[in-house]
Design a protein around this ligand. Structure first.
Ligand code: SF4
Length: 319
């Protein structure tokens, strides 16, 4: 039972303790599994989930492959690869939690320091909610029911919050401080380098005769430092860039450094926003979304660039 739990959630304290004393007999198989795990995470943005009805030796390999994967990712020496790997591990945890019992979901929440109980719905402590809730209007506190200081959530919404907490936990624990790396792990890291896409270069946006407003600059900066933007932030940035005349191809390049970047999905979303002719949200709406970071004295981020005469272009390499 515990092995099965830890194979699904190898980032937990119990799994770590288990690995400090467990011995995996097939080192070659372990390196191979870890190599595939990292390649899948970075190349496809996801890690396939496995049956939890496997033999103990297989479950142990699963847990150990997480530990070795973290060493391999560390050896890639890139914040972009680390963050992309963390996104995929967090999505994997989400997939298991979705299928798992309420008891397991609560156990993971406790492990991540999120207070929660179930009383017909998930009631989540304020602090954890504010820290991990996605930055989108749906999760704004004004749109939520509060009962005795706790936020009511549906199960899928709560698991989404746990996904974010797992992502941040994994991100914050990497890179590892490692010395004396075994040859086989160094070899695996070299093999991974040959099989993953190159790290994308941040698109540099040039603009003649005008400046981006602080809110847009902040979102562009976040992308350059390979931070994941929330759904609304992405949408607002894409709509802003479309409205100032940037081409969809160039906008897709701007998003290519996002750790969960998927070119097909991004292109679809940008082209969809263009077809629908979405207008840039007002400053009041940006404030409501938590995206306004200054008081510029304008009503719309578009107003900030009035007088700008230049063309917006982006250059950068996609992976
Ligand atoms: S006031 Fe408007 S333009 Fe300025 S940061 Fe806020 S949303 Fe952006």
């Amino acid at each position: 039972m515990e092995l099965s739990f830890y194979s699904k959630y190898p980032f937990t304290k119990g799994a770590k303790e288990l690995m400090s004393s467990a011995k995996v007999s097939d080192e070659f198989k372990l390196s191979e599994m870890a190599r595939r795990r990292v390649i899948s995470a970075i190349k496809d943005g996801k890690i396939p989930i496995m049956s939890t009805e496997l033999e103990d030796s297989q479950l142990l390999l699963q847990i150990a492959s997480y530990a070795v994967s973290r060493m391999i990712v560390t050896l890639l020496k890139s914040r972009y690869y680390i963050n992309r790997y963390a996104v995929a591990e967090a999505k994997r945890a989400n997939a298991y939690l979705t299928r798992d019992s309420d008891e397991s979901v609560l156990r993971i929440a406790r492990e991540l320091g999120i207070k929660c109980d179930i009383d017909g719905y998930y009631a989540v402590g304020f602090e954890g909610y504010l820290r991990y809730a996605p930055k989108s209007p749906d999760y704004k506190l004004v749109n939520r029911k509060l009962v005795r200081g706790k936020v009511r959530l549906r199960r899928a919404e709560f698991i989404r919050i746990l996904e974010e907490a797992v992502r941040l936990k994994i991100e914050s624990e990497l890179p590892l401080k490692i010395e004396n790396v075994p040859d086989r792990i160094n070899d695996s890291a070299e093999a991974v380098k040959g099989e993953i896409p190159k790290e994308p270069k941040p698109a540099s946006i040039s603009l003649e005769g005008g400046e981006f407003p602080p809110c847009v600059n902040k979102l562009l900066e976040n992308l350059k430092t390979v931070e994941n933007l929330g759904h609304t932030a992405r949408w607002a940035l894409a709509v802003y860039l479309l409205n100032v005349g940037m081409k969809p191809d160039d906008i897709v390049k701007v998003f290519s450094t996002s750790p969960d970047f998927d070119e097909r999905v991004t292109r679809y979303q940008v082209e969809h926003a263009m077809k629908r002719g979405y207008k840039v949200p007002s400053c009041a709406s940006m404030d409501f979304y938590g995206l306004c970071i200054a008081n510029c004295g304008v009503k719309s981020p578009l107003g900030y660039r009035r007088g700008a005469v230049g063309k917006y272009t982006a250059s950068g390499k996609q992976s």
